[in-house]
Design a protein around this ligand. Structure first.
Ligand SMILES: Nc1ncnc2c1ncn2[C@@H]1O[C@H](COP(=O)(O)OP(=O)(O)OP(=O)(O)O)[C@@H](O)[C@H]1O
Length: 436
């Protein structure tokens, strides 16, 4: 078993709440008389996190998640209890909270990196990687106060993810970034997990928690209500939300809706052709090359990645030969943004052979796909390889698919179930006539 890297022993946090701002002033000017009420944001938290573990933290608005993370990040002291942290913590708490709004992004990378424990030299060595990850172009030399929240979070995540910290805290931040950036963050998080980084991940997106985390806790009114596998804890959270009729969960719902809206608005800008190489994992010997891939309707009209549930779409892939090839197979892998493969196929499996391709010759392969997906964002990776499986070209997450579903249902797919209320035949009186 790995060693404990975070240990909280009976941690509680009490805030003082004032009805009116004047009460705070009165308390300062006239010490002795209290004009506030105590409010326990966290109570009796006992928690151990192991090195390399990814812990999901779930809970309604106001349940104490941020307070807990701030205590672990040591930006807040608990009222009672003890906290032991081994190693350096890089925390991505409130949006760009570590940034100085008057400094440029570039200056803030140094400023923030140093707060997170790196030397100037170390930041210099990592600067290009951080800038490439954030991918905010010329804004890097503009003051942070001119940034959109999405830009600030890109830069903040880029710095936090490249500080070689042993513990990384990510609090809801990814919901603000666009879908392409979220996918890149997910990949980076997976890489950090592979490197043994301990991760605390707060999200309202339960599928991300289930996908990324090995364990989870459910906070409710400042206490740990449940602890266990992400699936178990997520189910408890759903049960809590639906059982707690008297509580107003509108803000939780608004947060979910908002994050979805941000994703979908930004996704329209997603390029339909080959994006920046640095963003995507691409491999192959380049004997053939994927030149473009777009989503169209059956009349070949570009849908800009937007497809409705229940419709059919075409994925049109343009390939160019860089050698003379007579054994080309083109395939696709449709995934959730967290990387779960939902469907994969190729021209070989679909029993369609692609005519030989000579050097500099192009061809188009169309996959016609009925869309059974539920509303959400998905990615399609595309590959070209030989019948023996030698990769000519493969691009991860080349196409972003935004599915719109007018019907409301749960889950990743919409099976379009129907419901019937059959008439129950009247109960027949039992005929006990022995002749029958
Ligand atoms: N400085 C403060 N003074 C008084 N109360 C506070 C303060 N900070 C937080 N609280 C209260 O403590 C409780 C827990 O807040 P916290 O921000 O930790 O919740 P959260 O689970 O992160 O919520 P959200 O999902 O909305 O971010 C809330 O009721 C909040 O109003």
């Amino acid at each position: 078993m790995s060693e404990t890297i975070i240990a909280l022993d009976n941690v509680s946090k009490c805030y003082r709440r004032y009805h009116r701002p004047i009460d705070r002033l009165k308390e300062i000017l006239l010490p002795g008389k209290k004009h506030s009420q105590k409010f326990w944001a966290l109570q009796d938290i006992n928690l151990e996190v192991y090195q390399g573990e990814t812990l999901g933290i779930i809970g309604q608005n106001g349940s104490g998640k941020s307070t807990l993370l701030q205590i672990i990040a040591k930006t807040l002291t608990p009222t009672t209890g003890t906290v032991h942290i081994q190693g350096r913590v890089a925390a991505l708490l409130e949006l760009g909270s570590g940034f100085n709004p008057d400094f440029t992004g570039r200056q803030n990378v140094f400023f923030n990196g140093q707060i997170l424990g790196l030397t100037k030299k170390e930041i210099e060595a990592k600067f290009d990687t951080i800038a490439a990850f954030a991918d905010i172009g010329d804004f890097l030399d503009q003051p942070i106060k001119t940034y959109s929240s999405g830009m600030a979070v890109r830069l903040a995540f880029a710095v936090a993810a490249h500080t070689d910290a042993q513990i990384l805290i990510v609090d809801e931040a990814l919901a603000v970034g666009d879908a392409k950036f979220q996918a890149r963050c997910m990949k980076k998080i997976r890489q950090l997990q592979g490197d043994g980084v301990t991760l605390l991940f707060v999200s309202h997106d339960l599928s991300s928690v289930k996908f990324l985390c090995e364990s989870a806790i459910l906070l409710n009114q400042g206490r740990i209500l449940e602890q266990g596998t992400p699936k178990f804890v997520a189910n408890r959270y759903i049960a809590l939300l639906s059982s707690d009729h008297h509580t107003d969960h509108s803000s939780d719902m608004i947060a979910l809706e908002k994050s979805h809206k941000v994703e979908t608005e930004k996704s329209n800008a997603f390029a339909d052709n080959i994006p920046n190489e640095q963003d995507y994992h691409r491999h192959g010997n380049a004997f053939a090359e994927i030149k473009s891939a777009i989503i169209t309707n059956l009349d070949n009209i570009d849908l800009k990645g937007k497809v409705e549930t229940g419709s059919k779409f075409k994925l049109r892939v343009n390939i160019q030969g860089n050698n003379d090839l007579d054994d080309i197979v083109v395939g696709l892998s449709l995934r959730t943004l967290t990387g779960v493969i939902l469907y994969g196929t190729n021209t070989y499996l679909l029993k369609k052979s692609i005519p030989s391709l000579s050097k500099h010759q192009s061809t188009v392969v169309e996959f016609e796909v009925p869309c059974f997906l539920n509303k959400g964002l998905y990615s399609i990776s595309i590959g070209v390889h030989s019948t023996e499986g030698i990769s000519y070209d493969w691009i991860d997450d080349l196409v972003l698919l935004e599915v719109i579903n007018a019907r409301l249902c749960d889950g990743l797919i919409d099976l379009n179930a129907e419901v019937n209320l059959p008439e129950i035949p009247p109960v027949l009186s039992l005929n006990r006539d022995p002749q029958i």
